[in-house]
Design a protein around this ligand. Structure first.
Ligand SMILES: [Zn+2]
Length: 350
């Protein structure tokens, strides 16, 4: 409950200050904790991830902190906005590619070191790819600290403080898995906040998420692309993500620029190109679902990069204006944010 004072003019020119109780307004803050696309490193960019904070004016919109994906360097970016791993309420994974998961070991090791509480890890259940291998978030989490157990570090730090859990960081994790479906399903909720997931195409088990709060809503698409893996097709974007995003306020989505397409002869593998969403198609999808904000992240190619992974960017490095132009070509007239690390959006705007 927040209180504010108003001055009431009384007869005779006297002023009296009275305190009127007012409901603190709910608010939502979405921050890109990393914008790197794929396994490469470029210019200090962190790996893909999005922090969603929710609360009200009295707690700076930070009563709840949800992390979606945790690529390389996520902890470093969180530290720049004064968020420690101990404060996170849950971590969600879209898929098991390293550019979305490498930062998790760092996060969970520090949470264990600081003796933080258990945390929900939400991701899809084991999924077998058409190539026969299994993508397993469950195993990924179960083995996240094996190297530190083997090196002796876990035992050593416990000998310093045996209040740290004996099994190491894994003992802090509470894994919640779900089978991604073609319709949204609620996979996590707490108080006013509800997180839904839907199946999307990129790798077997890939999922996209939507967070609904009284202050607004955000979809985190991850690396989703269309079920039809190559042209001809209506769009490179996912029909399921579009379903999930109906009427949403903010879309956060991995983005490729058409400049990397096979027609431009960059040499970038068509298969990798086609399983992502293009900036132009994301603009068109954002328009169709009525989104107000589109946050492009995981940019392929990175802003200013001469080389993407190991392929030369045709025509030279791209600027924010190049991505914006592509989005506008898709017809989106709302607010487009071309993602850089720690780009932030608040609802309602201040
Ligand atoms: Zn990725």
């Amino acid at each position: 409950m927040k209180r504010f004072s108003i001055a009431i003019a009384l007869f005779g020119g006297m002023c009296l200050a009275v305190t009127v109780p007012a409901e603190a307004a709910p608010c939502l803050i979405v921050t890109l904790t990393g914008t790197q696309s794929g396994p490469s490193v470029f210019n200090g960019q962190a790996g893909a991830g999005t922090l969603v904070r929710y609360g009200d004016d009295s707690n700076d919109c930070a009563a709840m902190k949800l992390q979606f994906d945790a690529g390389r360097g996520t902890n470093m970016r969180l530290s720049q906005i004064d968020v420690t791993p101990v404060q996170l309420n849950a971590i969600f994974f879209t898929h098991m590619h390293g550019d979305h998961t490498e930062g998790f070991a760092d996060i969970i090791m520090l949470r264990w070191y600081l003796k933080g509480p258990k945390i929900d890890i939400v991701c899809s259940s084991d999924a077998t790819s058409v190539l026969g291998h299994t993508n397993s978030c469950r195993k990924y989490v179960a083995h996240i600290a094996d190297a530190f157990l083997q090196s002796g570090e876990i035992a050593e730090r416990r000998s310093e403080d045996n209040a740290r859990l004996a099994g190491g960081p894994v003992d802090l994790t509470h894994v919640i898995t779900f089978d991604p479906k073609d319709e949204p399903q609620v996979v996590w909720s707490s108080g006013d906040v509800k997180v839904s997931a839907i199946r999307s195409t990129h790798t077997a088990g890939h999922a996209s998420y939507r967070v609904d709060t009284p202050a607004g809503s955000v979809v985190i698409g991850g690396d989703a692309g269309n079920d039809v893996l190559a042209p001809p097709r209506a769009s490179s974007t996912s029909d399921q993500v579009e379903k999930l995003a109906k009427g949403v306020d903010i879309i956060v989505h991995s983005t490729f620029h058409p400049v990397l397409g096979p027609d431009r002869d960059s040499g970038f593998p068509p298969l990798s190109y086609y399983r992502q969403s293009l900036a132009s198609d994301l603009g068109a999808m954002a328009k169709r679902v009525g989104a107000k904000h589109l946050m492009l992240t995981h940019l392929g190619p990175s802003l200013g990069a001469v080389i993407h992974n190991r392929w030369k960017v045709p025509g030279g490095p791209l600027t924010q204006a190049d991505y914006r132009k592509a989005v506008e070509a898709g017809g989106f007239t709302g607010n487009t944010i071309v993602g850089t690390d720690l780009a932030t959006l608040r609802l309602p705007a201040k």
